[in-house]
Design a binder for this molecule. Structure first.
Ligand code: SAM
Length: 326
């Protein structure tokens, strides 16, 4: 068999890259309200990221996602997209962003070779937006979503992390937008991360979310949308948009996991929810040969666990979400 396979015979073909841990928002469930604009781990250079991707693509990685922190805070992210889109074997590059800078950058990102964008948006109400993100720029985010659509980066997917007592009253409003505006909305269960475990709010399960939108119509499974990602997709009869449910807590999808993560400081992390990592940066900066880097990538794949252990109360302690990129 060619390609990268872990100890559980899962094919690993997807690399998520955190390009910065800085963020212009301070989402309560991610940064815990702390100021993340000042965080700055030693970021990998674009050339270093490119080298890792070239080697990983030679081993079987075909899909990339740029994330962060807020990836569009990295100057000239389009340059990185352009470099990565030229790598042999890379078939798709996507971006996860808070949407703030999309009006400015969507056209050039598209031109550089970006294929898709996910925007994180947890509320449609300005006052609540401020409470969740610490920013009053909801309008800019909505304009960014529209600009991305117009730039042809479709479908734009909207990620909604649902927290009880905070935005669960808006589940139905988001769901309605899949009918009225053709939005593609994905509801995500809140994952407990380190210190954030109990402070933020209670997770709302995907099952509960699904139940709460039944009144809008009949939800049909959407086979066209279900790729190899974690979401289960549905569509209201006749709706242009889709609804995805991502349930890392109540119904994990580890058996389908196909990913590795590159942290902002150059470590390969086999599982979002497990603190084991393999350091690539030290090797890179010691002029490691290609074979050495290949060996480190293989090691990361080999130590990938069968599944996470949130159900046993074990959650990652060493990193924040924005260092890993979600
Ligand atoms: N700044 C970008 C953004 O806002 O999309 C990218 C980074 S953010 C860490 C990536 C994704 O992780 C977002 O969709 C965010 O909603 C999600 N996320 C962060 N903390 C989370 C948590 N505790 N549980 C579930 N999802 C989380």
């Amino acid at each position: 068999m060619t390609g990268l396979f872990d100890s559980w015979q899962r094919r690993i073909n997807y690399l998520r890259i955190s390009v910065t841990d800085r963020c212009n928002f301070n989402c309560v469930y991610c940064a815990g309200g702390s100021d993340s604009s000042a965080l700055r781990s030693v970021e990998l250079s674009y050339e270093e990221i490119h080298r890792i991707v070239e080697i990983a693509a030679g081993m079987g990685i075909t899909k990339l996602r740029l994330t962060g922190g807020e990836p569009l805070l990295r100057p000239n992210l389009s340059r990185l997209v352009g470099m990565l889109s030229q790598v042999d074997g890379i078939k798709a590059i996507s971006l996860t962003t808070n949407g703030m800078f999309l009006s400015k950058y969507a056209p050039e990102l598209k031109k550089a070779g970006l294929n898709r964008v996910n925007v994180s948006l947890d509320t449609l109400q300005a006052d609540k937006f401020k409470r969740i993100t610490g920013s009053d720029q909801l309008k800019e985010v909505l304009a960014g979503i529209e600009a991305t659509r117009l730039a042809g980066l479709n479908p734009v997917k909207i990620n909604v992390v649902v927290l009880r007592g905070i935005n669960d009253d808006e589940i139905i409003d988001f769901a309605r937008l899949t009918i009225s505006q053709g939005w593609h909305v994905r509801f995500i269960e809140f994952m407990p991360f380190g210190a954030l475990r109990n402070e933020v709010g209670e997770m709302v399960s995907a099952e509960e979310i699904q139940e709460s939108i039944q009144s809008l119509g009949h939800l049909e499974p959407d086979v066209g949308e279900s790729g190899d990602g974690p979401a289960r997709y549905y569509r209201f009869t006749g709706a242009a948009g889709t609804i995805g449910f991502i349930s890392p807590v109540t119904k994990h999808f580890c058996h389908n996991c196909n990913r590795l993560r590159l942290t902002v400081d150059g470590r390969l992390r086999p599982c979002l929810l497990d603190d084991d990592e393999v350091d690539l940066k030290a090797a890179l900066r010691n002029d490691a040969k290609t074979e050495e880097l290949q060996e480190l990538i293989r090691r990361a794949v080999t130590i990938k666990q069968e599944q996470h252990h949130l159900a046993d109360g074990i959650s990652p302690q060493k990193r924040s979400m924005r260092e890993i990129g979600g």
